[in-house]
Design a protein around this ligand. Sequence first.
Ligand code: IPD
Length: 263
Amino acid sequence: MVDAPDLLPLALEIAREAGALARRRRSEGVSIAATKSTIADIVTEADREVEQLVRDRLAAARPGDGFLGEESDAARSETGVTWVVDPIDGTVNYAYGIPHYAVSIAAVTGEPDARSWRAEVGVVHNPATGELFHATRGGGAWLGEQRLAVSEPGPAGALVATGFGYDPATRAGDLDRVTRAFELARDIRRAGAASLDLAFVAAGRLDAYFERGLYPWDHAAGGLLVLEAGGRMGGQPDGAPGRTMTLAAAPELFERLAAVIYR
Ligand code: IPD
């Protein structure tokens, strides 16, 4: 039996330590270690080092838990808990020195698949600003002491964030969806870190967010923040967030935006 509040202090402690390391490495200068799916999809030495730190700390504190991270091999869970981790979400921002990137750590139970998992804990930490968002299942979403709630847009329309994958072949479709989203949007944002986009939806700083091409580690922690802030989180083709589409908003806006971007 997993108790989400028990996992939270560990997630917070590791996020802070990982964030401090990412920030220190950023100040020392960042080197690109490799490219991944396309030449624009980069991984820095810091991504790998921060993921290793998170992995080591989790393994020491909770041996037997599973691990699903962006930069290393997955490990199956023996306890029912799997940690879903993006060590540095917003790697391109990080590489360019834009202070908008995050350590994203979630604990899920069940298979580590967004179609069926139960997210227990989600922590999203931007070390450049110090902001640390957290949520536990049934315990609400928080930024420090402040409880978060999603927003409904006013008469001028919704402030809608999106993102673009690294594959140039998908850009035309992405831009078509942005054009359609403008039917409901007062303006569009593309800030470059999916976990923070989701945290900002939870905080009411954005009314909605959608993106094609996300991986579980991009949305696991931020998705729980949205749900616990009263929002709705979903996607296509089966209603779960994932590579085909991830969509987050307050419930009424979610329906209207889905109708527009799935058209
Ligand atoms: C990326 C960021 C970006 C989003 C991409 C993600 P990474 O994650 O979240 O905002 O548009 O789809 O892959 O590669 O920086 O961890």
